[in-house]
Design a protein around this ligand. Structure first.
Ligand SMILES: Nc1nc2c(c(=O)[nH]1)N[C@H]1C(S)=C(S)[C@@H](COP(=O)(O)OP(=O)(O)OC[C@H]3O[C@@H](n4cnc5c(N)ncnc54)[C@H](O)[C@@H]3O)O[C@H]1N2
Ligand code: MOO
Ligand SMILES: [Mg+2]
Length: 419
């Protein structure tokens, strides 16, 4: 199995993985804790919005019929009944020949059917009891009607949607101080490799510091998971297997880094032949990260990313991020591909599609994607500057500057303008 691997596309791998994931439990959270969480039930409007006819302007509520023929040269004078602030209820019905001074957001008086803005009236302080109307109004003009935005019962947000700032505004409006969301998945994190040192250990010949674990911890949290770090796996298969099994028991998903290739000590690669394991994939048509592996062990998912930092990062963005979001209950987890012009020639041949890290730049109204030319899978210095992957198709010729390429943006891309 280790050497005879079946290569599948990113899309096939993604659908194999997503098909095996189970969305977790749900819980009630306070609205103040709900930002970024995934809705576990549909939200419906609890009343007509707005729930009363209201003025969208500061002005005078009038009966349109009283304004017929009004103009700047021939204004019509009405008697001012009262002033209604937002939050107040008008006390007087509007009779023929009267107007109510009304503020933005205030409730319309009965029988008024239009609002004329202050700027189209004459109502100096010394003549506060009357108002001169300088324009003819149409019935319904400048009135926000009850239920005009949405009727009671309208679905505001669906199960599986991520709660963003706008969702919070809707929740507040409709009086939801608590909301049902999916529990955040617990994501176990395991590293492999006897070469790894802790961050505070001094360098030693042949050794490197473990940079993947801390990077993955941040990525897991960013994707909505709760990272749970476990100690490094030993090279011994039986011990490693027992350790993974123990980790899996306490979490919803395990992500490992390293040990997926064909090396003598690549313990995760050896694991896939074990009877408790259902292999989903262990070779993907992609550079970097072709040995990225996923399996179910004792029915629970394990995503095994390559140890090379660049491949580990891409493997997380392509597979682990979507998996965490799916276990979190999110309905749409596959990242959208956009098109951009390649900023420079990239002609290096590649047997698999190559995902180049880089930046997006808007120039004269056209989006350009600029690779960082740091694509060796073991390189990590430009990971911090990466805001997208541009996908160079498999084959010998690459892409020329100016050609359109598919681009996957990261969670929070920052598009800049040139200059
Ligand atoms: N004969 C072949 N050799 C390799 C192949 C191949 O097809 N045939 N594939 C190469 C490709 S492509 C990749 S990608 C790597 C995958 O390596 P592994 O996932 O097995 O990872 P390791 O062997 O454990 O380590 C690779 C590299 O990454 C460093 N590493 C590991 N863990 C960490 C960490 N936590 N933090 C920072 N760096 C880490 C490790 O020291 C190695 O340098 O295999 C190729 N080989
Ligand atoms: O697939 Mo590997 O990450 O190219 O070295
Ligand atoms: Mg290896």
């Amino acid at each position: 199995m280790r050497f005879s691997r079946q290569t599948i596309s990113v899309e096939e791998a993604m659908s194999k993985l997503l098909a095996k994931l189970v969305t977790g439990r749900t819980e009630q959270v306070q609205i103040g804790e709900a930002y970024g969480r995934i809705l576990a039930s549909d939200l419906r409007a609890t009343y007509d919005l707005p729930h009363f006819d209201r003025s969208p302007l500061d002005g005078f509520a009038v009966r349109a019929a009283d304004t017929v023929g009004a103009s700047v040269d021939h204004p019509i004078t009405l008697t001012v009944l009262e002033t209604v602030a937002a939050g107040q209820v008008p006390t007087r019905e509007l009779k023929k020949g009267y107007a109510t001074r009304i503020m933005t957001g205030a409730m319309m008086p009965a029988d008024a059917d239009a609002v004329i803005m202050f700027e189209q009236t004459h109502n100096p302080a010394e003549e506060a009891d009357t108002v001169r109307i300088k324009r003819e109004m149409k019935p319904g003009e400048n009135v926000s009607r009850r239920g005009e935005e949405m009727a009671k019962g309208t679905i505001i947000a669906k199960t599986g949607e991520r709660i963003n700032a706008g969702t919070l505004a809707s929740l507040a409006t409709f009086g939801f101080s608590q909301v049902e969301v999916f529990c955040k998945p617990r994501v176990g994190l395991i590293s492999t490799g006897s070469e790894l040192l802790e961050i505070d250990q001094p360098l030693a010949p042949g050794k490197i510091r473990n940079s993947n674990t801390v990077m993955l911890t941040a990525l897991i949290a960013e994707a909505g998971g709760i990272p749970v770090s476990f100690s490094r796996l030993p090279d011994d298969l039986a011990v490693a297997k027992a350790k993974i099994s123990e980790c899996l028991r306490g979490v919803d998903l395990v992500i490992s880094s390293g040990g997926v290739s064909v090396g003598d000590f690549d313990v995760i690669a050896a694991l896939v032949d074990e009877p408790e394991v259902e292999l989903l994939f262990n070779r993907i048509a992609i550079r970097p990260g072709s040995p990225t592996t996923a399996m179910l062990m004792e029915g629970k998912p394990l995503i095994a990313l390559s140890g090379n930092p660049g491949a580990c990062f891409l493997g997380f963005e392509l597979f682990a991020r979507a998996a965490i979001r799916r276990i979190s209950g999110e309905a749409h987890v596959v990242q959208q591909v956009i098109k951009a012009r390649l900023g420079v020639d990239y002609t290096k041949p590649c047997p698999y599609p190559r995902y180049l890290r880089g930046k997006l730049l808007e120039k004269d109204g056209v989006l350009h994607a600029i690779p960082d030319f740091n694509e060796k899978a073991g390189n990590l210095g430009t990971l911090k500057d990466s805001e997208c992957f541009m996908i160079i198709p498999a084959g010998g010729s690459g892409k020329k500057a100016g050609e359109l390429v598919d681009v996957l943006t990261h969670a929070t891309p920052t598009w800049r303008r040139e200059g």
